[in-house]
Design a protein around this ligand. Structure first.
Ligand code: UDP
Length: 476
């Protein structure tokens, strides 16, 4: 008989198994959750594909089980269509190898009575096939959603929105006028048609329908939903999920507050930029990053660069390898306009990958230009900085809508990127004193960050939900 960190007396230590989607924005929250559960006394086993395999040496306390993924495309996806195909390929490729690996682990556990009992599998909600495998072998599953509650509510509403014709209004079936994209989605405020994930994705309707219905089914057939958000941020959206789902919902975010993502970064983070930030004035720097998957055209990069240069503000710009679509793979780092360096000399730094959470928490950072991936959005919320949103695909448009319309802690750059628009938005967000909008944005951003901190502090909503989650896992 042993004790867990929660004080519960258990026969043996319990083990939680994890299987994440192999993309940075999914791997980070999964490791953060694993860290949280490990600190509460659980043993951790991480199943993973060879594609984007995590660095086991960064997590010596965990067990790692590689799962054969023959047939998965080798390139990282950068559009909804390719991401969706990639996820289907992963489910197909890993089904049999995962069954074999999991069965072996369960067998070993039975033979060695001193091994920890497997409590459950926590898997990304896009891994329905693998969750079915686990349940088939008698292992309960919990679904992890690494996006917002609003996004999952959209998933659940998808068939109804199709029936009401919103998706044909997106031009999935036929081309549409810009004005139609601005129509409100009456059943799902604050979204407009353009904020729904498939609007700009070019993903085929059938594929979207299937991937969304599989994720909903993965959640409904699991023993619970773990979601990386917090009550003060998405109270209505969480209430709506709770009323529509029969399974318990554990909103325990923001997860990165518990354990930083540095240890699960797939790319080497350039820490030199932290020294550079040390030399900058308080709240003076614009931090610009588009996440791990989004890509842009060479002309968008030029508009971005000139918008930043013309703003006259110090900047830290992340240009990861491969961010420019169609550029030769040998062109590393991505090519900035010819006179950009001369124009901005001494005023900025360009890196290929940053320690983003530490950068955002640095007092020199005054604003965040983001593609609005959900992790970046949450990290920006916690840092209390105003955000300039330029979403690219998937749930990013919906996240940007919340930043600019619901929390009102940032501005959206809609439509084509254009240097004049970029410069004006940066001035509004970072201008000292002269812009009332900027002062208000910054004030609301600080207030939201305070509420994020409260949610994870002792007896905050997320902290209490972690306790509930731990007890739920022990009861499975
Ligand atoms: N990130 C980072 N360094 C960078 C840019 C991003 O460590 O230079 C991290 C960021 O902190 C976040 C993740 O990569 O945790 C990106 O996830 P997100 O959901 O924001 O976007 P995605 O990459 O999935 O589009």
């Amino acid at each position: 008989v042993g004790h867990t960190a929660t004080g519960t007396r258990t026969r043996r230590r319990r083990r939680v198994l994890f299987f994440s989607l192999p993309y940075q924005g999914h791997i980070n929250p999964m490791f953060q959750l694993a860290g949280l559960l490990h600190a509460r006394g659980f043993a951790i086993t991480v199943f993973h594909t060879h594609f984007n395999a995590p660095d086991a040496s960064q997590h010596p306390a965990y067990d790692f089980v590689p799962v054969q993924d023959d047939g998965m495309p080798a390139d990282s996806p950068d559009t909804v269509q390719v991401t969706v195909e990639h996820m289907f390929a992963l489910n197909r490729a890993c089904e049999a190898p995962f069954r074999e690996r999991l069965a072996a682990l369960l067998e070993q556990q039975q033979q060695h009575a001193r091994e920890e009992d497997v409590a459950c599998l926590v898997a990304d909600a896009h891994l329905l096939t693998l969750m079915d495998v686990a349940r088939g072998l008698g292992v309960p599953t919990l679904a992890l959603r690494t996006g917002s509650a609003a996004c999952f509510r959209w998933f659940m509403a998808f068939p109804m929105l199709c029936d009401k014709g919103y998706l044909s209004a997106q031009g999935v079936q036929s081309p549409v006028a810009e004005s139609q994209l601005d129509m409100p989605v009456m059943e799902l405020p604050p979204y407009r048609v353009r904020d729904l994930p498939s609007a700009a994705s070019g993903a085929t309707h059938g594929l979207m329908r299937e991937v969304i219905s599989r994720a909903v089914s993965a959640v409904k057939t699991s023993s619970g939903l773990i979601i990386n958000t917090f009550d003060a941020l998405e109270a209505d959206e969480l209430a709506s999920l709770r009323s529509d789902l029969a399974v318990p919902v554990f909103d325990i975010g923001p997860l990165h507050v518990h354990s930083p993502a540095a240890s699960s970064s797939l790319l080497q983070q350039d820490r030199g930029c932290l020294d550079w930030l040390d030399a900058q004035g308080p709240a003076s720097v614009l931090y610009v990053s588009f996440g791990s998957l989004a890509s842009m055209s060479a002309s968008d990069l030029a508009e971005t660069a000139w918008g930043i240069a013309n703003s006259g503000r110090p900047f830290l710009l992340v240009l990861r390898p491969g961010i420019v679509r169609g550029a030769p793979p040998t062109q590393q780092p991505p090519q900035l306009p010819d006179s950009f360096d001369a124009e901005t000399r001494g005023r900025g730094m360009v890196v290929s990958w940053a320690p983003q959470e530490e950068v955002l928490a640095h007092p020199a950072v005054g604003a965040f230009w983001t593609h609005c991936g959900w992790n970046s959005t949450l990290e920006g919320v916690c840092a209390g900085v105003p955000m300039l949103c330029h979403p690219c695909f998937g749930d990013q448009m919906g996240n940007a809508r919340y930043v600019d319309h619901v929390w009102r802690t940032g501005l959206s750059l809609d439509g084509e990127l254009e240097r004049g628009k970029v410069e004006a938005a940066i001035s509004t967000m970072m201008g000292s004193g002269e812009s009332e909008t900027g002062t208000e944005l910054r004030g609301r951003a600080r207030e939201l960050s305070r509420r994020a901190a409260e949610s994870v502090a002792k007896a905050g909503s997320s902290d209490l939900n972690v306790d509930k989650l731990v007890n739920h896992i022990l009861s499975l």
